[in-house]
Design a binder for this molecule. Sequence first.
Ligand code: SF4
Ligand code: SF3
Length: 540
Amino acid sequence: MFCYQCEQAAKGTGCAKIGVCGKEPQVSDLQDLLIHAVQGLCQVRVAARKAGIADIDTDRFIRKAIFSTLTNVDFDATRIESLIREAVSRREELKGKVAAAGGPSSWEGPATFEPAADSAGLQEQAADVGQPESADPDIRSLKHIVLYGIKGVAAYADHAGILGQEDDEVDRYMQETLVEMIGDDIDLNGWVERAMACGKANLRAMELLDAANTGAYGHPEPTSVPLGAKKGKAILVSGHDLRDLEEILKQTEGKGIYVYSHGEMLPAHGYPGLKKKYPHFYGHYGTAWQNQQKEFAEFPGAIVMTTNCIQKPTDAYKDNIFTSGLVAWPGVTHCANYDFSPAVERALAMEGFTEDTDKGSVLVGFGHNAVLGVADKVIEGVKSKAIRHFFLVAGCDGAKPGRNYYTEFVEKVPSDCVVLTLACGKFRFFDKQLGDIGGIPRLLDIGQCNDAYSAIKIAGALADAFECGVNDLPLSMILSWYEQKAVAILLTLLYLGIKDIRLGPSLPAFITPNVLQVLVDNFNIMPISTPDEDLRAILG
Ligand code: SF4
Ligand code: SF3
């Protein structure tokens, strides 16, 4: 195995024996083989599109297969193996249709990959395939930036597709670019262009997802979410998938079970179609993904992981945890096809919370609709100098001690500045009481990483109001990354021409010094330093 797709890459260079995330070498190799098999399927799917053949079912499969290789999603070799076999059988079926429509009938490269008949043989093939390569290390670096960006796009496109929002442009970009990755004939500038195109495709995917979530559940509204517990049976829902959450809410109605959010599910409380419709969607429990082994062991009910980021379940709760969608861990019961009865039964069998507890509350629900609804106040605040500066402190959380930077940064932001936040990095400071400026809370939770589109819309609307560009706004972006969705969002920000982004806690292992220089020259992207130094540099 060799994997360096996330911020936890061993020694800052890559995991070669076992993943720091817990990914076994066999699973890592199979994931590389799955990307190879998907590239073969994409070769045929691209030809099919040229021949005028629509195949939304295959497009959906491709998104799911790519999403399964994202960090902390699928640790189950059996499931990855079946995705590889499905990619090949879909590919062969589609080949026939392409030939019948006058397209090519002979194929090369991954489109000719024949999977071994048994798991051991497949594992041998997997050990050989590796990641997309190039003779030039900088091109290899860019290929990997684009590949990881595509993994993020696939995740967002999959979420949007689940709620009925899809766009062939997004699928076309992912599929064509995965095919281009097979050869080594595109130069450095060509890959820089594709990285920007990835940012563009991701912007569209996030726009679709925003339409999907708000279309299904309404626009998020400022909502207070209790951090304590309610006496009674309990289910904890983690991850990003709102449809999974809604199904769990439906399947627990009238059963005396309270449903709690965990991690990236916190902003779900802001959606009227979830919180107001299901009063037993009670509160929030715990913090970000990397603390789950401790927090889940103490939760007295069932736990459902939707999407990333699952960690190896400990004995203390391995019988209480369930997966859904693309998430999987060997030996953990998977709730397929929106049937959450195993988790509901487990919750009913467990003790639940034995008393009410009050641990305060946090405010969520500041999506673009809510923030732009008070745009006049915000603009007035800036004009009257009551608000000096906005900081978007956003991105992933993770286990590294260097991530304390984000807590300290928010603590040190002067009282005449507003902090906007999104994604799971917020758990470093989400419960801080920062007060308000003229009725505008100083800490505005925009939502999940999936809601980065909201931040872009807010920034765009402010720029319009002040008749300037986003780079000219009193706004600075202090981002943290961990996995590949963050790569896709970063590419979107670069595609939009946003400069001076500060990125931490460390720079990606897959970026070479030359590629970093291109980013610095064009976008003045920089690593975080210390909260004091960065605040001084920004505010003067
Ligand atoms: Fe290592 Fe991250 Fe890859 Fe897991 S996903 S194997 S932690 S680089
Ligand atoms: Fe977090 Fe995994 Fe990235 Fe959704 S949940 S932002 S790390």
